[in-house]
Design a protein around this ligand. Structure first.
Ligand SMILES: [Zn+2]
Length: 179
């Protein structure tokens, strides 16, 4: 997992110099109690090494969706993003003042795993017992099992329903009825 931090006005860049946020819409309070404007990709930084104004570009390995989008400014800049000035290699921005806002990137493999596993891992089922004509079977003793485990037992209600059975993951449930 990698943690990225918000970049704000005044944060340094690796070649010397600072980020200058000219359009100020969002603010983050720094460790010194001062509020500084949040930097977005496309904002500027002055590079002391080549004495030019550079532009903040995406360079940090952060997943795109972890960057906050501003309705008119676009994607937020984070620690490790680049500055296009005249320097080679490209300097990067360093988060000093906006570190109270961070984003944890859990990485591609973890994200892939998350996408493949249904987010709702809890299964919630209830059975309704009816006779052949579809009439509910009330007050029937039942047992719900998975393998040799009894998950629930009881008596069906006035609608012929069992209680809700909550399982962790998809399991083959077997309903047994006492005659
Ligand atoms: Zn430079």
């Amino acid at each position: 997992m990698t943690t990225y931090y918000a970049i704000v006005d005044g944060d340094p860049i690796s070649s010397g110099g600072n980020v200058h946020v000219l359009e100020r819409d969002e603010w983050i309070e720094g460790p010194d109690g001062r509020e500084r404007a949040v930097a977005y990709l496309g904002d500027q930084a002055y590079c002391e090494a080549c004495k030019t104004w550079g532009v903040l570009v995406p360079h940090a390995g952060i997943a795109r969706y972890l960057r906050t989008d501003h309705h008119k400014r676009g994607a937020q800049a984070v620690s490790g993003d680049g500055v296009i000035c005249k320097c080679e290699p490209m300097p990067v921005v360093m988060a000093v003042y906006g570190r109270s806002e961070s984003m944890d990137d859990i990485g591609d493999s973890a994200r892939l795993l998350k996408a493949q596993t249904p987010s709702r891992d809890i299964y919630d089922e209830r059975f309704t017992l009816t006779d052949r004509e579809g009439n509910p079977l009330r007050n029937v003793r039942y047992r719900v099992r998975t393998g040799s485990n009894v998950l629930a037992s009881g008596v069906t209600d006035s609608g012929g329903r069992t209680q809700r059975i909550v399982t962790n993951g998809s399991q083959a449930l077997r309903l047994e009825v006492e005659h």
